[in-house]
Design a protein around this ligand. Structure first.
Ligand code: IVH
Length: 721
């Protein structure tokens, strides 16, 4: 039909067919762009695995927006330009937001801020003088993931991700693991409507969950030590960590939160009239708010704020990609309203992405403790995001192939605040004619053993686990590290020297060190890097030997963690230690035994059994035993457990909902220690149902069957804790 009009106007056949062709092409281009944008939204929002840079995504999005504007006849309500975020993942219960979570329009330059000011002037019918007097609140735009929190009578009851703006994912339990998130509010006297000291009956809070840059660095180091895939940036790390199936895994990640808006429903209390006082109220109620927020008078002060923050944002421990500017007076918010996408009273001033071009001088490889071999780009030094960058991640072989990156290429490097910069793309137009495709090594750069890649793993590994000197060094370093055997003074530098000088070949050799051997050690000259004769004093030797001696009686979970079994980190080690109690029991465990433990999956079960079947492990354990290393839950711990009276023998408990002070594993442990049993479903055989916050159908069933229901306080009283 659309073309009928065209053919009528241009009844000249040739023109008609050209027009028709053009229109079809546009429709196809728009469709393709929509699919592409949807694909990248999914990668970014749901999988936390962006394939392209933010700048490239913005480019695609703007191209689509422009085409849709030029061709309104192809409008579609389903277009990604009409949506906020992406569809939420189905792994979590869906939550319909009481008040939709909108996005923000962007200002990419100071001129865009001027244009916004003009729009405000028109919308509010203000003259130039009045415009200059407008008060704005400037806040840092934290690069994390937005979150909606609900508090009823001062208690945190529900938290959800943004999802598509209307429906998000219920991540209440995971949010509860964030220590700075208040679980209970501090009562405030309501200065806005003259009430007494109180908390709002219903409070909806919006904020941003983020991962501090320091925690992000630590996490990525730990992941790469484990041979696992690392996160591309703190935002993805925060999102991946918050959307863990098991809250205990979220708890291990150091997440934080800043909040920036409140919606109060209360018969005595109301929303503060100004946004800045809203931030103050949030702080008083106990929420963390970002400390740089400030009121600016007129748009010029806003611009000055944006420049000031740009100069200091890289020294902060959280990533900011811009400044959110909001009108301070909330009555103006209603006057201006919102589009389907974003409010008109706020805008996000975005800093340009931090990318720079430089020369790729070389590609080298790091070997980790599990043998994972990771490519690292060595670059001509380039200034980026406040630091000089010389190395950048190339992630893995697939990434090298995807980018077709070659030594000698000019590459685009991005450092979005995270410590590990990455190579984004190759400037093909600058490629030298004699460049040759990069050949991924087939052998280990350290020991020359052939590399392997198994199953769906992205990393190539050196399987020469015990013959590759770098793997040995990193394994020993891990064994001695703080969360493992915590051997003070035995770190990377000493371990490298000990292995290089043949004084230590495996972790058992650490315990065979004596003063004589340590005296022999030749230290590297700090300046030349050459191995010299410089010796450490006798005090140092005494300290190392006593730290080694002391480490022999570390708790059993530390010992299991120290062994460096793949997929077993500190908390996995804790679960295994708790279940098996001694190395003998753990050594003889079958995959079925391990799978029967709550939270242990097939990859873990396989890896643990394989580790203990190895002859080298058997020899190592027998050596360590001979050297006096404790490999079981200690006598004192056993007698402390035995002293707990078996008051609950035969009693069946069902846990439902969440408790404020205990997680499920801790509660189950308390029950089992007392001889009771924790079961998953409520039946006539259930003796007690322990109902925490947001308890659902299990609680209803318990009431229906007349089973005794305990709240958190009653349960703790019963356990005597
Ligand atoms: S206000 C309707 N304030 O930026 C108001 N958002 O692009 C919407 N963000 O979805 C949000 N820091 O995830 C606001 N101080 C801040 C923010 C902030 C980060 C995020 C938030 C939002 C996105 C908008």
């Amino acid at each position: 039909m659309r073309f009928a009009g065209v053919s009528y106007l241009f009844s000249f056949d040739g023109v008609f067919s050209v027009k028709k062709q053009l229109n079809l092409d546009v429709r196809e281009t728009i469709e393709n762009l929509r699919n592409e944008v949807e694909h990248h939204r999914f990668q970014y929002y749901v999988l936390d695995q962006p394939e392209i840079s933010d700048a490239e995504f913005d480019d695609l999005f703007h191209k689509l927006e422009q085409l849709e504007k030029d061709h309104p006849e192809h409008f579609s309500a389903d277009s990604p330009t009409q949506k906020v975020g992406a569809a939420p993942s189905t792994e979590f219960r869906q939550v319909k937001h009481r008040i939709p979570l909108l996005s923000l329009a962007n200002a990419m330059s100071e001129e865009d801020l001027d244009k916004w000011e003009e729009r405000l002037g028109r919308g509010l019918e203000l003259d130039e003088e009045q415009l200059k007097q407008l008060r704005y609140v400037c806040e840092l735009k934290i690069d994390g993931l937005s979150i909606a929190l609900t508090y009823k009578d001062g208690k945190f009851v529900e938290g959800a991700t943004r999802g598509n703006g209307e429906i998000g994912e219920d991540v209440t339990l995971n949010l509860k693991t964030i220590s700075v998130l208040p679980k209970e509010l501090k009562a405030q006297s309501d200065t806005y409507s003259g009430g007494a000291l109180r908390v709002p009956e219903l409070l909806e809070v919006r904020g941003e969950v983020y991962m501090p840059v320091s925690s992000f660095t630590e996490l990525n180091e730990a992941l790469s030590d484990e041979g696992d895939a690392t996160f591309a940036n703190p935002r993805n790390a925060a999102s991946g960590s918050l959307r863990q199936k098991h809250p205990r895994n979220t708890a291990k990640r150091k997440l934080a939160i800043f909040v920036y808006s409140a919606f109060i429903t209360d018969k005595e209390m109301s929303d503060p009239p100004n946004h800045f006082s809203e931030l103050e109220l949030l702080k008083l109620l106990g929420f963390p708010t970002e400390s740089h927020s400030r009121v600016a008078l007129g748009i010029e002060e806003v611009k000055a704020f944006c420049r000031e923050i740009d100069s200091k944002r890289h020294s902060l421990d959280y990533q900011t990609d811009g400044v959110v500017v909001k009108l301070d007076q909330r009555s103006l918010w209603n006057a201006l309203g919102a589009t389907s996408h974003s409010p008109r009273w706020a805008i996000a001033f975005k800093y340009p992405p931090e990318e720079a071009e430089t020369l790729l001088e070389d590609i080298q490889f790091d070997v980790g403790r599990t043998g994972a071999v990771t490519p690292v780009a060595h670059l001509a030094p380039v200034k980026l995001a406040g630091t000089t960058v010389k190395r950048a991640s190339l992630h893995n072989a697939d990434q090298i192939r995807r980018l077709d990156v070659r030594v000698g290429d000019t590459v685009l490097v991005r450092k979005a605040g995270e410590i590990i910069p990455e190579v984004l793309s190759v400037k093909l137009e600058k490629r030298k004619p004699n460049s040759v495709p990069f050949e991924y090594p087939t052998t280990c750069p350290v020991c020359n053993h052939a590399l392997e890649r198994t199953g769906d793993e992205v990393a190539f590994r050196c399987p020469n686990t015990y013959g590759c000197p770098t793997q040995t060094k990193r394994r020993i370093e891990h064994f001695a590290s703080r969360d493992a055997m915590d051997i003070e003074g035995v770190g990377e530098v000493l371990v490298d020297l000990l292995v290089d000088q043949d004084l230590v070949k495996d972790v058992a050799d650490l315990y065979r060190l004596d003063a004589e051997k340590l005296k022999q050690l030749r230290w590297k000259d700090k300046k030349s890097g050459e191995a010299g004769k410089e010796k450490q004093g006798t005090k140092w030797i005494e300290n190392v030997l006593s730290a080694l001696e002391e480490s022999k009686t570390r708790p059993f979970p530390n010992f299991i963690h120290a062994l460096g079994i793949r997929h077993i980190g500190a908390s996995g080690a804790e679960v295994l230690a708790d279940h098996f109690m001694s190395i003998e029991k753990l050594e003889s465990a079958t995959q079925e035994d391990i799978l029967a433990i709550d939270g242990m999956g097939p990859a873990i079960a396989h890896s643990v059994v394989e580790f203990f079947q190895s002859d080298l492990t058997k020899k190592l354990l027998s050596d360590l035993r001979g050297l006096g290393v404790q490999m079981q839950v200690s006598e004192s711990e056993i007698s402390a457990r035995a002293a707990i009276e078996k008051t609950l023998t035969g009693k069946v408990f069902v846990l439902t909902g969440t408790m404020d002070t205990l997680d499920r594993a801790q509660a189950e442990k308390l029950i089992k220690e007392r001889g009771g049993k924790a079961s998953g479903s409520v039946s006539k055989k259930t003796d007690f149902v322990v109902a925490g916050a947001s308890a659902g159908s299990k609680l209803a069933k318990a009431q229906e069957l007349g089973i005794t229901v305990l709240d958190e306080a009653q349960f703790k009283e019963m356990m005597g804790v």
